[in-house]
Design a protein around this ligand. Structure first.
Ligand SMILES: Nc1nc2c(ncn2[C@@H]2O[C@H](COP(=O)(O)OP(=O)(O)OP(=O)(O)O)[C@@H](O)[C@H]2O)c(=O)[nH]1
Ligand SMILES: [Mg+2]
Length: 486
């Protein structure tokens, strides 16, 4: 047996030495020692486990999970952008320039809507009593035909923007999602150049992928034309083409006959998502950089689910250090099954019901009224047992559009019979919808819970900031209460 003196000092480990069993240990002593060691190991593992569980629960306590639900175009992604604008303003500001491509595509789409409307309608002269002609001869004046021709470069721009927004690598990611939207997407992508004026709405998966593609594209596209803090300062072909077509687009949009065609076809373009034709001079300027309002008004459809993480700023007081995970989902019908896995472990849900859609149908199923669809979704969410303990916050959204529609003389009672002869104004209508949705909440919730309902226009920065602050306070208060019960 080597002694301390016979080994070098580096080899000597006092702990090892202390734990070494005595060399004259009997069998009985050995059994007792082994049993004691096993017990010590068990206790140590139990302590490790409790530390791990404590850390886990600490982590859970400081993460607030918020889910955004509602049909397509209800305003979920806009609400998410609003949260980002309020609580991670620097990141939001830095990303604004990336939205320019989306806004460009939105403008091209508005032009396409007008041109589609012109090509499908044969009009009699405006003063001939307002009935559509079926004599087969087009009544579109030559100047408009020339305008249309001069706008053909926009087809190329549309294809360019789609390729920019949806990098080829997205194909694989999207094909995993299955469903009809994927086939739409594929046909859209493959045939976009030849049939761009009738193509489907462009969509991308949320999150950084398209932004990453745009950011790297912006850095490699030629000499700078922008400067200052507006973004990457790079040449932008789409912006140049839009700038050169700006007068023609404006002439098209302001044309009396165009307005008449749109009116007769009940196309209220100003209320379409991503409408920028009233800001054409500003948004087609060569040095255009989107402002906050533009980013909130831009339209980019979501497919799939993405989780956005945001750390509340220190000024949020007791919430500082709280991480928010906001989940944004695609709202079209084929996307609804993708919501369910996110019902687990959620603190609150903001459900958006765009009440301006009372006279509209779903884009994906033209036999379904949008308001009816929202009501059905709301019933399903309220009655879902997985969500029985989750706070539901209802945004009766797009109140600004509802207001404009009612003011323009569209009668709500024509579409919602039970509205009967109530006054056709925003205040009465929003109160009416609030009480209907609140009654469903009460009737369908598996357990009693408080109803939080707001009438919103989430593109309006001034009114929405206050509402989101109240929602944030409410969710955090609930979250803290729940986590104390853990
Ligand atoms: N005028 C007005 N426009 C709104 C309002 N809320 C959203 N929008 C616009 O409506 C469009 C659709 O909003 P999104 O946030 O993209 O809708 P979404 O629910 O995310 O839709 P999907 O991604 O298809 O599920 C965008 O162009 C928004 O700017 C609102 O309250 N008023
Ligand atoms: Mg969306």
């Amino acid at each position: 047996m080597p002694t301390v003196a016979s080994r070098s000092l580096q080899d000597f480990d006092p702990l090892d030495e202390a734990l070494r069993p005595p060399f004259d240990e009997s069998d009985e002593e050995r059994a007792i020692r082994l049993a004691e060691e096993a017990e010590a190991k068990r206790i140590s593992q139990a302590i490790d486990e409790s530390i791990r569980a404590e850390r886990q629960s600490q982590k859970k306590r400081s993460i607030v999970r918020l889910l955004l639900l509602g049909q397509s175009e209800s305003g979920k992604s806009t609400t998410l952008r609003h949260f980002q604008r309020l609580y991670t303003p620097n990141a939001f500001r830095e990303e604004r320039i990336l939205w320019r491509s989306v806004i460009q595509l939105n403008i091209v789409r508005s032009v396409r809507t007008i041109i589609d409307a012109l090509s499908s309608v044969r009009l009699p002269p405006i003063d001939s009593g307002g009935e559509d002609s079926d004599d087969g001869g087009p009544n579109i004046p030559q100047e408009l035909e020339f305008l249309k021709m001069r706008l053909t470069p926009l087809r190329h721009i549309e294809a360019l923007l789609i390729a920019k927004l949806i990098p080829a690598s997205e194909d694989d990611a999207l094909s995993q999602l299955g469903g009809s939207s994927i086939s739409n997407y594929k046909s859209h992508r493959s045939r976009s150049s030849e049939r761009s004026w009738q193509s489907q709405e462009v969509f991308v998966r949320p999150g950084a992928t398209w932004k990453g593609a745009l950011a790297s594209g912006s850095r490699t596209n030629g000499p700078p034309i922008l400067s200052g803090d507006t973004g990457f300062g790079m040449r932008d072909e789409a912006q140049e083409v839009l700038h050169s077509c700006s007068d023609d687009i404006l002439a098209l949009w302001n044309d009396k006959l165009v307005r008449e065609v749109l009116r007769r076809r009940k196309i209220r373009l100003e209320e379409f998502p991503g409408f920028f034709l009233n800001d054409l001079e500003r948004v087609t300027a060569l040095d255009y950089a989107p402002n906050d309002d533009d980013v909130l008004r831009a339209r980019l459809k979501t497919v799939g689910v993405s989780e956005y993480r945001c750390e509340m700023e220190a000024s949020a007081g007791r919430e500082s250090g709280t991480e928010w995970r906001i989940v944004d989902v695609g709202g079209s019908r084929s996307q609804v099954p993708t919501w369910v896995p996110f019902f687990d472990d959620v603190d609150a849900i903001i459900f958006l019901a765009p009440i301006s859609g009372f006279d509209q149908v779903l884009a994906e199923d033209r036999s379904v009224n949008r308001l009816e669809d929202s009501v059905l979704l709301w019933k399903a969410v309220c009655s879902n047992r997985l969500l029985a303990n989750v706070d539901l916050v209802l945004f009766l959204n797009k109140c600004d559009i509802l207001d404009a529609k009612l003011k323009s003389g569209i009668r709500l009672s024509k579409y919602v019979r039970s509205y009967a002869d109530r006054p056709n104004d925003l205040e009465t209508a929003s109160k009416y919808f609030r009480s209907k949705f609140s009654a469903i909440h009460r009737e369908y919730s598996p357990l009693p819970r408080k109803f939080y309902g707001f009438c919103t226009s989430v593109t309006d920065t001034s009114t929405t900031a206050g509402i989101l602050a109240s929602v944030r306070d409410m969710v955090v208060r609930r979250h803290l209460k729940q986590s104390r019960l853990l």
